[in-house]
Ligand binder design. Structure first.
Ligand code: AP5
Length: 194
């Protein structure tokens, strides 16, 4: 299964991908986690990305594509993946299509988690208090939601226009949301030409 999980910041992509990876027997690839690992390791890329992430903006498309390409070339991604956090703008859709074509790994499904903004702000506030993730600061969350509306919502539209997007209600107990995603995957298939 090669799955893209879309959704606003805090919609539960990471939470659900972590739950579904064993069910689907594929790795969870989160571009946010890859970046946070680079920041924690203090690599030159991580140092460059930190300020951008803390401001709620997007890291450059070139960096993200290189990072993704490297991750998808690892053995565990040969039989599929759950991609969380990528693509995040239309240029990344194009880059992903090109990359997956080159490695002959077409997508099987694209699922978007739908969660109202007020619920998202609440979730991020709880996590900010519990974990202190810099970009969960309420001001930055509002910026991230703005970036999502401007740059990432068109990604969902792109897949929807091609009839390949499944929209799932992301509000409710974690297990219920997981079950909704699995039910959506029962019928979600990306045609070979998209
Ligand atoms: P990234 O890590 O991808 O963050 P995000 O998508 O903006 O948001 P989250 O990870 O916060 O949300 P999520 O949907 O995974 O929700 P989660 O499961 O964590 O990116 C961070 C930054 O890196 C970006 O801003 C950007 O700077 C950079 N970046 C990453 N990818 C990039 C790319 N492709 N291009 C350029 N830049 C990129 O859940 C959130 C909280 O809600 C958790 O506390 C969770 O416990 C809780 N929760 C989850 N589900 C539920 C539920 N059903 N009910 C109640 N609470 C819930």
């Amino acid at each position: 299964m090669r799955l893209v999980l879309l959704g606003a910041p805090g919609s539960g992509k990471g939470t659900q991908a972590a739950r579904l990876k064993s069910e689907l027997d594929v790795p969870h690839i989160s571009t946010g986690d890859l970046l946070r690992a680079a920041v924690a390791a203090g690599t030159p890329l991580g140092q460059k990305a930190k300020a951008v992430m803390d401001a709620g903006q997007l890291v450059s498309d070139d960096i993200m594509l290189g990072m993704l390409e490297e991750r998808l070339s690892q053995d565990d991604a040969r039989n599929g993946f759950i991609l969380d956090g990528y693509p995040r703008n239309l240029a990344q859709v194009e880059a992903l299509n090109g990359l997956l074509e080159r490695i002959e790994q077409p997508l099987d499904a694209v699922v978007k988690l739908e969660v109202p903004a007020e619920e998202i702000v609440g979730r991020c506030e709880i996590r900010f208090k519990a974990q202190g993730r810099a970009d969960d600061n309420p001001d930055v969350v509002r910026k991230r939601l703005g970036v999502y509306a401007e740059q990432t919502a068109p990604v969902a539209d792109w897949y929807a226009e091609r009839g390949t997007l499944k929209v799932v209600d992301g509000v409710g107990p974690l297990d219920e949301v997981s079950q909704r995603i699995l039910a959506a995957l029962g019928s979600a298939r990306v045609p070979a030409d998209s």
